[in-house]
Design a protein around this ligand. Structure first.
Ligand SMILES: Cc1cc2nc3c(=O)[nH]c(=O)nc-3n(C[C@H](O)[C@H](O)[C@H](O)COP(=O)(O)OP(=O)(O)OC[C@H]3O[C@@H](n4cnc5c(N)ncnc54)[C@H](O)[C@@H]3O)c2cc1C
Length: 414
């Protein structure tokens, strides 16, 4: 069996490795001329790291990423709402990793090339369409630079892992239109910074309309480490304003984000200085799409952001793409006919990811910060007077359960 995968992102490359492990030939085709280390920080949850560990990638992850030890939720002014241990420290069998997205992608790409050969990933080719018949599927790719029709790949299955603007998705849902936007813009950056606290702590300060996310994404060296930050601000009424362009490499000037960054306070760290010293700042709208009724159409299916783009809350975007890949590879290996495998893959993954998309729209686990800020806008002496421990736990742990990563043992941070 041959599986054509359009898109060499986290989802497409993981799917290729898993199919190869199951003895199925995978051909990855990517639109970018070369896979460069684009992006900033990303978090990958224990249930997805378990899958990468099964692929033998844990050691490499430790070389380029960081095991997250603790997660803290604060109000915008720095008052603590919740803290918990994460990954192995929090009772999981596998760690949570904070990692540079581009380094994770490169790690996966290297593994694909080592295990499957240099031709397993073809670059500079953009999926433009496909035709399927009783015996297989023919996928057409055009040269990304020249735009001329150039290559045809024939396989048993086509997996469209081609991100939020998926060509495969558009071919099945031509009237869907652009991603939906909620008026929030995210500014992101990363900078070498003196190690803060234990060097393994992630902080989220503020609710949905104004939020700062902060976490280190590489091992510390000489007392410094790469610190990733994101400032999310609701800047517009999304019902009347169009979103800014959603390119991951779109840059923004410091003057645009600095006034917003100054709204946040995290004890022990100068946020304004952190933002000021970051070389490049990237701007991206908080965008997602409504869950679809179907992903699979015969021999063609969707995976990762192509299938279920979601708001980046709760650290689930890359993790859910990896879980999709696991389900798809296992079902293709176990099921007699590829069409049945793709159908069963959709049955397994579509409802679970649709739920994550929906809950992320109302803030995911970080909704607990919204709740506290709403009830106590001027701050509090004791957070328990605002929202009881049980109520806070119900929001945070309820999300973990829904997204499939609730720890078997419950461990509270010291
Ligand atoms: C350049 C880039 C930077 C990102 N940076 C961040 C970040 O800093 N933080 C974060 O949380 N998330 C980031 N994301 C999103 C994040 O990677 C995804 O949400 C998540 O990892 C799911 O991955 P995916 O493989 O489904 O999609 P993606 O990571 O979006 O990968 C899709 C891949 O498909 C390729 N592609 C698109 N269209 C076609 C086509 N027609 N034919 C062939 N190939 C195609 C794209 O070039 C890309 O390599 C970024 C995505 C991209 C593409």
């Amino acid at each position: 069996m041959t599986v054509i995968i359009a898109g060499a992102g986290i989802g497409g490359l993981t799917a290729a490795l898993m199919l190869h492990e199951r003895g199925i030939r995978a051909q990855v085709v990517e639109q970018a001329a070369e896979v460069r280390e684009v992006g900033v920080g990303i978090n990958t949850l224990p249930h997805s790291i378990a899958e990468l560990a099964r692929l033998g990638l844990l050691e490499r992850l430790d070389e380029v990423g960081l095991r997250t030890r603790e997660l803290r939720y604060l109000t915008r002014t720095g008052q603590e709402v919740w803290r918990e241990l994460r990954g192995i420290h929090g009772g999981h069998d596998f760690p949570q990793f904070s990692i540079h997205r581009g380094r994770l992608q490169k790690l996966l790409l290297d593994a694909v090339i080592e295990r499957m050969g240099p031709d397993a990933v073809q670059t500079g080719l953009r999926l433009s369409g496909f035709v399927q018949d009783e015996a297989g599927v023919s996928a057409h790719f055009t040269d990304s630079r020249e735009g001329t029709s150039s290559r045809l790949f024939r396989g048993d299955v086509l997996v469209c892992a081609d991100g939020i603007h998926s060509v495969g998705r558009r071919s099945f849902y031509p009237d869907e239109g652009p991603p939906s936007w909620d008026g929030v813009v995210m500014w992101r950056g990363a900078v070498e910074w003196p190690v803060w606290e234990d060097g393994q702590t992630m902080v989220i300060a503020g609710g949905l309309s104004g939020k700062l996310v902060l976490y280190p994404i590489a091992p510390a060296k000489d007392g410094r480490q790469l610190m990733n930050w994101v400032v999310n601000i609701r800047v517009a009424d999304a019902s009347v304003s169009p979103p800014p362009p959603d390119s991951w490499s779109r840059k923004a000037p410091l003057s645009k984000v600095l006034p917003y960054a100054k709204r946040f306070h995290v004890p022990g760290i100068d946020i304004a200085a952190l933002v000021r010293e970051s070389g490049s700042i990237f701007e991206y709208p908080m965008a997602d799409r409504d869950p679809l009724p179907r992903w699979t159409h015969g021999r063609v299916t969707l995976l990762g952001d192509a299938a279920h783009p979601m708001y980046p809350v709760g650290s689930n975007g890359a993790a859910q793409a990896i879980l999709d890949a696991r389900s798809l590879a296992d079902l293709l290996a176990q099921t007699e006919h590829p069409r049945e495998a793709l159908y069963r893959y959709e049955l397994d993954r579509l409802p679970k990811t649709a739920e994550v998309v929906r809950i992320n729209r109302i803030g995911g686990p970080e909704r607990v910060i919204d709740e506290v800020e709403k009830r106590s806008p001027a701050g509090f002496d004791d957070v328990n007077d605002v929202l009881s421990s049980d109520e806070r736990k119900a929001i945070v742990k309820g999300y973990a359960k829904m997204a499939g990563f609730n720890a078997r043992k419950h461990v509270t941070a010291a």
